[in-house]
Design a protein around this ligand. Sequence first.
Ligand code: SF4
Length: 371
Amino acid sequence: MSEALSSLDAHPGPEQGSTITAGPIPDLTQYDVITGNLSGGKDSWLMECLMMQEARDAGVADRVYTFHATLGALEWPSVQVGTDIFPSVSSLAALQSSASGIPEDRHLERTKMTLDDAPAVYDLLTYIAAYGRFPRLGTRFCTKAFKEQLEEAAMTPIINNLKVTLGLARTPTARKLARPIRRLKVLGLRSDESRDRAERPAYRNISSNSIRHTDEWCPAKDWTTQDVKDFHAASGFQHHWTYDSFPGAGDWAGTSRCSCSFCVLSSKRDLIISVRRRPRLADLIALVEAVRGDTFQAERSMHDLIELSQQKGGPDPGVVLDDETPEFEQMEKAVRVALSHPPRKEIERATLNRPRLPLLTEQSAPCDVRC
Ligand code: SF4
């Protein structure tokens, strides 16, 4: 890494809020470390391929890491149909990483843990049950606490090592550096997912302090959904089973998104498929709603979605999961314990001034971190 980084000295630190490269796309040689955020979804695979192509062309593929924050039992799990096993979201993210040429030790997968002496997985639904309210567009604590913070923590030891190996400080914990570590965070966001995404620059600075300067790059920004599907087909790499009408169909007639099985930003059609595919999880979410008095989406409750899904018509789930796994059992138990205590957020306060969700159709507006 040190050989390729020698050119960094020629690039002084940017102004606060400016990107390292003065232009519409980044020069990857100017970054010390590059992180591809993999959700396991279709856009992640495209992003990963575009990013790795650029990194190889620039001779800096050895600076690339991939990151996936897993939501455990809330994510789409693996399914077996006959003798075929279709991977979970987390497994597919790891496969995307290795298929793009990233060594195993540079794929970082993290999940939120409790802060006890004996840390255990802290799942999002238990967090919601304890907190007393569901995430919304303007208060998306799910992304913040379960993805972004985990990624920053995962990158800290890497950045600390770079301080020393790049000769910017004497010790990994040093707070005074010759210049900040330059990090590029690469996401699979696209313009046709939402208006917000369309207005967001493909390349921008997202944070800067004396230790880390972080820029964000969305190399797939101008690709259409159909382009992404065509790219998948041409690459020969599998897409997640939830996109299909049933695992292995390859018809993209399932859910339009792939991450949490029930995302607070999902469209009604996606949610009906999810309720039909994961009825036990839908019931658990409805229990949280009933006890806490907040609804899953601002204008749509899980209770109503369950009733709707029991009517005739609408999308066929293709597969129904029993969710009889130790992971699910553990989450269900933790949720019930959390519900037995008062909420950390009073619901009367929680429902005030909550922004309306943008109603999505077939489009997706997934987590910034590409969960
Ligand atoms: S997929 Fe949706 S619910 Fe899950 S963490 Fe991302 S924004 Fe939150």
